[in-house]
Ligand binder design. Structure first.
Ligand SMILES: NC(=O)c1ccc[n+]([C@@H]2O[C@H](COP(=O)([O-])OP(=O)(O)OC[C@H]3O[C@@H](n4cnc5c(N)ncnc54)[C@H](O)[C@@H]3O)[C@@H](O)[C@H]2O)c1
Length: 189
């Protein structure tokens, strides 16, 4: 079986998704990366042998050799990039959130529907080990009937890191309720 050739759009903090998907000889390989940051592109050959690095996601999407894409760019870019990927017929994994407004989300879903292309959105936390363990503890009755749920979400590197880039700009994220509480709400579920 030939490896599925994946194109990655946006190789920042979420690069671990691309690293996990890069399994030469075992089903999938990162064959191209599109990132607007020149420094990120410069490191592509050492991270993914043989992968092509381009600045514009449209160049990647035009490549018939790319069979599927991972989109992990800042939230406010998702609509344009996801719509382009779906319209190009590339099965698309979009790192959450889908979009930053309801209109954007609808536009992406419409593009997926009209093109008949698979769209996957990574937004849940319920399958994480720690969350499943909490669920098991409750199901076993170890703590009795829960009366309330309180989720505290720590950003590993602290607020300095988190609020000094695009995350701090509501025009690009809508705000913390979407950016972070999306995870918390799934944990509560
Ligand atoms: N970091 C996390 O723990 C985390 C967790 C869950 C979801 N997410 C989501 O993943 C996505 C990416 O987050 P991140 O933390 O990796 O961000 P990041 O800022 O670290 O990385 C984004 C990358 O995309 C590139 N980029 C920006 N605009 C681009 C464009 N138009 N075309 C191509 N490349 C572009 C940037 O140069 C950068 O390398 C966001 O939607 C975020 O909400 C991140």
């Amino acid at each position: 079986m030939e490896d599925l050739r994946i194109g990655v759009i946006g190789l920042g903090l979420r690069a671990n998704l691309a690293v996990a998907a890069h399994r030469p000889g075992h089903g999938s390989v990162v064959a191209a990366v599109a990132d607007t940051d020149e420094a990120v592109r410069a490191r592509v050959p050492e991270r993914f042998e043989g992968a092509r690095a381009v600045a514009d996601h449209r160049t990647l999407l035009d490549d018939p050799g790319i069979e599927a894409v991972i989109v992990a760019t800042p939230d406010g870019t998702h609509e344009a990039i996801a719509r382009a990927a779906l319209s190009a017929g590339k099965p698309t994994y979009l790192e959450k959130p889908l979009g930053i407004t309801v209109e954007q989300c609808n536009a992406i879903l419409r593009a997926g529907y009209e093109s008949g292309t698979w769209l996957y959105v990574g937004h849940n936390m319920r399958h994480m080990g720690v969350v499943r363990l909490m669920r098991d503890l409750i199901a076993r009755g170890d703590i009795g009937e829960p009366k309330t749920v309180w989720v505290r979400h720590f950003v590993s590197y602290g607020g300095d890191y988190y609020f000094k880039d695009w995350h701090a700009d509501r025009r690009r994220t809508t705000g913390l309720l979407l950016q972070k509480a999306a995870h918390a709400i799934d944990v509560v579920h």
